[in-house]
Design a protein around this ligand. Structure first.
Ligand SMILES: [Zn+2]
Ligand SMILES: [Zn+2]
Ligand SMILES: [Zn+2]
Length: 165
C-alpha cells in the first residue's frame, strides 16, 4: 500500500487517507483527509469563500494557512539540504555585491517570469555556489523533477526548448 506525507500536518499516511483528486499526479489530494476537512470547515465559516476557486492562494493567505504551510516547507527544505541554502545565500550575496548578474529572462525558455525573479540553478553541484544557470520557476522545477526521475544525476536541461503556452 502506498503512502505519502501530508505537507500540512507532516504525518505520513496511506494514500487512502487522502481524498481522490483527478487533477493531481497520483490522483489524490496533496493534503490528508483530516487537514482537507479542517480547511473546508474554515473556508465555509469564512466570508471570503465566495472568491473564485482558482483564487485559492488568496483564500489560503487570508486564512493564514498557506503561509504556515510555506514556512514549514522552507524550514524542512533548509534542514534537509543545508548546502542548497548556503549556495543560495552565496548567490544572493554575489548579486547584491554586483559580482553576479541576475538576468531577467530564463536561459532555457527565454521568457521573462510573470512573477518573481529568475532563479539560480546549481547545475554543477552546490559546492560551486556561483556556477549557476538562470532559470524561471517552471524550468527550474522541471530540471529538478527530471533529475529526480533519472536518479539524481542529470542536472542539465534540454536547452532551447520552446516556450510553453
Ligand atoms: Zn494532514
Ligand atoms: Zn524557463
Ligand atoms: Zn536548481
Amino acid at each position: 500500500m502506498q503512502a505519502k506525507t501530508c505537507p500540512h500536518c507532516l504525518v505520513r499516511k496511506l494514500l487512502t487517507e487522502f481524498r481522490h483528486h483527478a487533477g493531481k499526479r497520483d490522483g489524490r489530494s496533496s493534503w490528508c483527509k483530516l487537514c482537507d476537512s479542517q480547511r473546508d470547515k474554515l473556508l465555509q465559516q469564512h466570508p471570503i469563500r465566495r472568491l473564485k476557486n482558482r483564487d485559492n492562494s488568496r483564500r489560503y493567505r487570508a486564512l493564514g494557512l498557506k503561509r504556515e504551510t510555506e514556512l514549514r516547507h522552507v524550514k524542512r527544505y533548509q534542514a534537509k539540504y543545508p548546502e542548497r541554502k548556503k549556495a543560495g545565500m552565496a548567490v544572493t550575496h554575489a548579486v547584491q555585491a554586483g559580482r553576479l548578474i541576475r538576468p531577467n529572462i530564463c536561459s532555457n525558455c527565454l521568457r521573462v517570469p510573470e512573477r518573481g525573479v529568475v532563479q539560480a540553478h546549481h547545475y554543477d553541484g552546490y559546492d560551486k555556489p556561483l556556477v549557476v544557470q538562470w532559470l524561471c520557476v517552471q524550468c527550474h522545477a522541471d530540471v529538478h523533477r527530471s533529475r529526480r526521475a533519472t536518479g539524481g544525476t542529470a542536472m542539465t536541461l534540454r536547452l532551447g526548448r520552446r516556450p510553453r503556452r
